[in-house]
Design a protein around this ligand. Structure first.
Ligand SMILES: *[C@@H]1O[C@H](CO)[C@@H](O)[C@H](O)[C@H]1NC(C)=O
Length: 207
């Protein structure tokens, strides 16, 4: 749901996660440090001693067949990272296609604050939350309009996209995020009145 991964700031340090890791999109934005497992990998395809940190930006669906394999690598319960080529080539040889890895979830490092991109239309706002540091992943999100004191819960639509069925068009908006580590941040009036669909709003706040 991040759209263009370059404009979202993730560049090629990204991977699609198999269903076992993706957690129905709850893992979107999380960071993983990955290295070739020299004990298990074919030495021809392994670059041992080097790690690369990626952000989870996509789902690698079950039965998704890469041209270079027999398919099924992303089937549950297998943890699998379908890595962007430049990230993959840090730790493995392109021709190898698939290598056994060691991996570890790590805190995400980001430049600047959390950002929000608004898509959708009246009565169906879709807000993409990106550039999230630390846990990287969001557990819950609420929205508040300028003319109301009440927070209204938003729901995860897909991946890092959160939806509201209220008509928020043109209203000043505040967002409240709780990350998967349980930390909550309030982005007061982050979206000015008169906003339009497709706009991105950068905050100065970061987890
Ligand atoms: C949503 O709110 C805006 C601004 O108040 C209004 O112009 C628009 O007609 C509303 N949309 C619908 C579908 O009611």
């Amino acid at each position: 749901g991040y759209g263009n991964l370059y404009s979202a700031g993730y560049s090629t340090r990204t991977a699609a996660l198999s269903q076992a890791l993706f957690n129905d999109g709850a893992a979107c934005g999380q960071c993983y440090k990955i290295a070739c497992d020299r004990k298990l990998a074919d030495p021809m395809f392994c670059k041992p001693g080097i790690s690369v940190t990626i952000t989870a930006t996509n789902l690698c669906p079950p039965n998704y067949a890469l041209p270079s394999d027999n398919g099924g690598w992303c089937n549950p319960p297998r943890p699998h990272f379908d890595m962007a080529q430049p990230a993959w080539e840090k730790i493995g040889v392109y021709k190898g296609g698939i290598i056994p890895v060691m991996y570890q979830r790590v805190p995400c490092v980001r430049k600047g604050g959390v950002r929000f991109k608004i898509a959708g239309h009246d009565y169906f706002n879709l807000v993409n939350v990106f550039n999230v540091a630390a846990a990287g992943s969001i557990k819950s999100m609420d929205v508040k309009t300028s003319n109301s004191d009440a927070w209204a819960p938003m729901g995860r639509n897909w991946g890092a996209n959160w939806q509201s069925l209220a008509n928020l068009t043109g209203k000043m908006l505040s967002f409240r995020l709780t990350n998967t580590d349980g930390q909550t941040l309030v982005f007061n009036n982050i979206v000015p009145a008169g906003w339009t669909f497709g706009q991105t709003f950068a905050s100065k706040l970061q987890f």
